[in-house]
Design a protein around this ligand. Structure first.
Ligand SMILES: O=C(O)CCC(=O)C(=O)O
Ligand SMILES: [Fe+2]
Length: 297
């Protein structure tokens, strides 16, 4: 197999290095804390750099996560604070699709402004341990660049783009934290990752999204893993490696995903991350720097 070392363009790589350097200089006072984090979390970060994905069992309080899951389910049931969605059934069943329940018309539903509308998420997104790990990974003060909450449904809608194997565009390197909002077993739409694929690509890898079989053919079956986990576990990944959330077949899947980077993600449109001013004021000085790209609602 011919491999390319660089998973994105040299332009992305240089922008990453330049912006990380600028951020380090801007927040130079954080250097001792960032260094201490890199020492404290060396083992986990070494595994993350090697495999591209790690599971951290029992990372968050289980009750907090289950409660967030119930809150999100209630919001979806009531149609409150939901992100815009696409009716995917229209293509297959035509105008009749309007008679179907929402869960049969869309692949998934997202919550609008998760940090504003589900306040307990703020604690998780700015959790001290998470910020230390992200600092250790980037060796600078990280930036929270994106947060989403999604419920993916068991239905007849074909797999969506994020349910195929892909690499995240938007920056050279993303430290992505995935938190299931309930236990996820086989068939329950687990997150899948191709271990080591953040370090090793193949010609034309970027021209399309890939199937599981294609990933196995290139990387080997032992490298294509599903993350089954309990509510409270965290999965941390470098999303420059191939990944995707499997379409659930036995039960719907709820997830919270937070991206940390060294600069705002670029090259595509996404809604700005928003947070209540009062929540922002309660953050530690370090966390407030992590929040420097967030708008106050
Ligand atoms: O839903 C998932 O498990 C994966 C989502 C994803 O690809 C992403 O957030 O970049
Ligand atoms: Fe992705």
């Amino acid at each position: 197999m011919t491999t390319a070392i660089c998973h994105q363009t040299e332009t992305d790589l240089k922008k990453f290095f330049a912006d990380r350097a600028a951020r380090t200089l801007r927040y130079l006072d954080d250097a001792p804390a960032v260094h201490a984090s890199s020492v404290r979390h060396l083992a986990a970060i070494t595994r993350l750099r090697d495999d591209g994905a790690i599971a951290l069992p029992g990372f968050f309080p289980r009750e907090t996560i289950l409660h967030i899951g119930q809150t999100v389910d209630a919001m979806i049931a009531d149609g409150r604070h939901l992100a815009p969605m696409k009716d995917r059934a229209r293509k297959t069943v035509g105008a009749e699709s309007e008679r179907l329940p929402l869960r049969d018309r869309v692949s998934s539903i997202g919550v609008e402004d998760p940090l504003v509308n589900v306040p307990p998420i703020v604690e998780l997104a700015f959790d001290q341990q998470v910020l230390e790990l992200a600092s250790a990974y980037f060796l600078t003060t990280p930036m929270l660049s994106y947060v989403k909450v999604r419920k993916s449904f068991v239905n007849a809608i074909p797999a969506s783009p994020t349910q195929h194997f892909h690499v995240d565009i938007g920056t050279f390197s993303i430290f992505k934290v995935l938190i299931y909002l309930h236990d996820v077993a086989p068939g329950g739409g687990p997150f899948c990752y191709v271990l080591g694929s953040h370090r090793r690509k193949f010609p034309q890898w970027e021209t399309k999204r890939h199937t599981r079989d294609e990933m196995i053919a290139v990387y080997g079956a032992d490298r294509v893993v599903q993350f089954h986990a309990r509510a409270g576990d965290a999965i941390v990944v470098e999303s420059a490696g191939f990944h995707g959330g499997e379409k659930p077949v036995t039960s719907d899947r709820g997830i919270l995903i937070v991206n940390y980077t060294v600069h705002p993600e670029y090259g595509f449109d996404y809604p700005p991350v928003r947070m209540r001013g009062s929540d922002c004021e309660r953050l530690s000085p370090f966390a407030r720097r992590v929040a420097d790209h967030i708008q106050t609602a």
